[in-house]
Every structure is written in structure tokens, then in C-alpha cells.
Design a protein around this ligand. Structure first.
Ligand code: HEC
Length: 94
């Protein structure tokens, strides 16, 4: 009985922890990409909120190219992998 409770507690701790780490990683990706200069998660800033962006959706590869090349989006001068990670993080905010 006690062992079962312990397992349940450990399992929920694990879930909490992985959730927090995932959110941190997304945050870091967006900061590293300087996206947060212009985007907030749930408020309009210079650009639309990331939640709106996620709701609208789109092809991550196409959005990455758009941001990298500065075509239809302010150019972000960062490695493609960083931008892709940030786009994925942005699309995951909905
Ligand atoms: C200099 C300001 C600025 C920065 C930095 C910036 N954005 Fe944006 N973003 C905008 C503006 C303004 C729009 C809305 C107009 C547009 O689509 O060009 C937008 C729109 C978007 C859209 C929607 C585009 C579409 O076609 O639907 C996505 C996705 C996006 N940004 C992601 C990002 C990501 C990811 C980063 C970081 C790598 C980033 N943005 C950095 C200003 C910025």
C-alpha cells in the first residue's frame, strides 16, 4: 500500500519535472531566436501573440524559411536550427 503511494508520488513528480523542462526549453529557444523581442506568448507586441501564431498554424519549414530570409517577416539573423526550434516552440503554445 505504502509502496503504491510512493510510486504514484514519484510518477507525478516526474511528470511535473518533464513539463517544466519542456516549457523552459521552449522559452530558451524563443529567447535565443530573439523572438521574444517582438512576440509575447499571449499578448500582441510588435508581432502577433505566439498563441495567435500557433492558432493560425502553418508549415514549420516554410515559416522558418520566411523568418530566416526576411520575406514577409522581419529577418532574424540566427542559425536556421535555432529559428526552427523557436518556430516549433511558437507553434506549440496553442
Ligand atoms: C523585429 C520583430 C520580430 C522578431 C524579432 C520576430 N518576429 Fe515574428 N512577427 C513579427 C511581426 C511584425 C509579425 C506579423 C507580420 C508578419 O507576418 O510579418 C510576425 C509574425 C510571425 C509569425 C506568423 C507568420 C505567418 O505567416 O503566419 C510567426 C510564426 C513568427 N512571427 C515567428 C517568429 C519567431 C519564431 C521568431 C524568432 C525566431 C520571430 N517571429 C521573431 C515580428 C517579429
Amino acid at each position: 500500500m505504502k509502496a503504491k503511494i510512493l510510486v504514484a508520488i514519484l510518477a507525478s513528480l516526474g511528470l511535473l519535472l518533464t513539463g517544466t523542462i519542456a516549457v523552459r526549453a521552449a522559452d530558451d529557444a524563443l529567447k535565443a531566436g530573439t523572438c521574444t523581442n517582438c512576440h509575447d506568448v499571449d499578448k500582441k507586441k510588435v508581432g502577433p501573440s505566439l498563441k495567435d501564431v500557433a492558432k493560425k498554424g502553418g508549415d514549420p519549414a516554410a515559416l522558418t524559411a520566411k523568418i530566416k530570409d526576411g520575406k514577409g517577416h522581419p529577418k532574424v539573423n540566427k542559425p536556421e536550427a535555432d529559428i526552427k526550434a523557436a518556430v516549433d516552440a511558437a507553434l506549440a503554445t496553442k
